[in-house]
Ligand binder design. Structure first.
Ligand code: GLU
Length: 465
């Protein structure tokens, strides 16, 4: 059997990271088994679904590197097929026309509630002669599901779960206007797409029992199911905007690397010993759906941020430089050309050691693209006392005569400090203020080397007058 999984989002405006994790698990499961990972856009609700929302999903999946096989299936294009299967069930005697009006259904509901029962369709058209159909009422098609016994699902994450059939009513598969219900459409699509494993959020578990009844009625083999727990916030409530970022593209803007987010989402509720940093290839090799926890996972933004820092340090310097330039491009106070790009690239090995997000990384690199005279942060301005300015003049002279390699610069500064009876820090502090306009930066020698002789000397001169 070739494993085939699918991610089936409803395009409602954003790609929630809970959904992204569902997509990731489907992707990893398929790749682990050498199978196929498919995408189906569940856009049957034409009012709520927009092309823009579909684009957001595609962009998020692409950014995360969750590559799909085969063409994307749009559920809305398949309504004729959904109706066909509903009529097939009707012909097989596994479904029936229900002529209940909205008013009758409302009364049924109210009566059930008044009697303390859960509101359920009472099956009044199940065995009734269709010749009794009222004139002018368009019927819906309902599944004629068994009333005895249990519906059992052997879930790969939740274990064996069952519901008594008496607890479920005959669900509508085709509405009176001829449109399929969501539960029915999903079954028909999963069957036609030859999906072998449905991995989705555990909020769908109750739907699964109803869907299994549709499979049984048609005589199709149901896929295997794995219902994964939802992501909660630190307070235990379902993760929402008030906890922080929830949309995948928001994480991108906030400076997370896709591989870090993937690693974090994988580890959220899935573990392999105490392995924390799992790259993509290893994740595919190790992924096992049985190792997914049954309990809800809690989103820990601090942990994600730390993991992101680890991935930034591992990331390629050219790629990081590109990201930084993209993020700085809108800043009017910077002069971003090939010279600044060269400086940023040169200092990247040191810059990336300190940043936990690309936003921080870009901020820390911005000084390299500033224009002389540099604006000074208050603390840096405080370093530039009259004495420090004089010192900077001398340092400038020494540096003018130094070869601008990190090693020579380090030796020159140490020599200068020694000659003038100072500690290296006493020289480096005002120098850092002059070069960066701030009090934090990578090592002073690397910073000087990245700026290059002319720029470094111009900044020192500007700060010492
Ligand atoms: N469209 C559903 C959702 O976005 C998923 C349905 C499924 O995976 O079966 O929640």
């Amino acid at each position: 059997m070739t494993v085939r999984t699918r991610f089936a989002p409803s395009p409602t405006g954003l790609l929630h990271i809970g959904s992204a994790r569902t997509a990731l698990f489907n992707y990893l499961f398929a790749r682990h088994h050498g199978g196929a990972f498919l995408l189906r856009i569940e856009d049957t609700d034409r009012e709520r679904s927009t092309d823009a929302a579909t684009q957001v999903i595609l962009e998020g999946l692409d950014w995360l590197g969750l590559t799909r096989d085969e063409q994307t299936v749009f559920q809305s294009t398949r309504v004729a097929r959904h109706a066909e299967v509903a009529h097939q069930l009707l012909a097989q005697g596994q479904a029936y026309y229900c002529y209940c009006t909205a008013e009758e259904l409302r009364q049924m509901r109210e009566q059930a509630l008044a009697e303390g029962r859960s509101p359920r369709y009472d099956g009044r058209w199940r065995d009734r002669d269709p010749r009794e159909a009222p004139a002018g009422v368009k019927p819906a098609i309902r599944l004629k599901a068994p009333r005895d016994g249990d519906t059992v699902v052997e879930d790969l994450v939740q274990g064996t779960v069952r519901v008594a059939n008496a607890e479920m009513d005959d669900l509508i598969i085709l509405r009176s206007d001829g449109t399929p219900t969501y539960l029915h459409a999903v079954v028909v699509d999963d069957h036609d797409m030859a999906i072998t494993h449905v991995i989705r959020g555990d909020d769908h578990l109750t739907n699964t029992f109803r869907q299994v009844r549709i499979y049984q009625a048609i005589g199709w083999e149901p896929p295997a199911f794995a219902h994964i727990p939802l992501i909660h916030g630190a307070d235990g409530a379902k993760l929402s905007k008030r906890h922080g970022a929830v949309s995948v593209l928001e994480f991108r803007e906030d400076g997370f690397l896709p591989e870090a987010l993937r690693n974090y989402l994988l580890r959220l509720g899935w573990s392999h010993g105490d392995l924390e940093v799992v790259d993509s290839d290893e994740a595919i090799r190790l992924f096992d759906i049985h190792a997914v926890n049954r309990g809800a996972s809690r989103m820990d933004y601090a942990k994600l941020t730390n993991l992101n820092g680890i991935y930034i340090r591992k990331a390629d310097d050219d790629r990081l430089t590109h990201e930084v330039l993209r993020r700085l491009a809108h800043r009017p106070d910077l002069s971003l050309g090939s010279i600044a790009a060269g400086r940023i690239r040169a200092l990247m090995p040191q810059l990336k050691e300190r940043a936990k997000t690309l936003v921080e990384l870009a901020d820390s690199a911005a000084f390299l693209a500033k224009v002389v005279p540099l604006p000074m942060e208050p603390k840096a301005a405080g370093q530039l006392t009259a004495e420090a300015r004089l010192l900077l003049r001398d340092v400038g002279e020494t540096l003018a005569a130094t070869d601008f390699s990190t090693q020579s610069l380090d030796a020159a500064l140490r020599g200068f400090a020694e000659r003038t009876g100072r500690k290296l820090g006493q020289v480096a502090q005002p120098l850092r203020a002059a070069l960066t306009g701030s009090t934090v930066s990578p090592g002073i020698d690397a910073t000087l080397a990245a700026l290059g002789r002319d720029e470094a000397l111009a900044r020192i001169a500007a700060a010492s007058t």
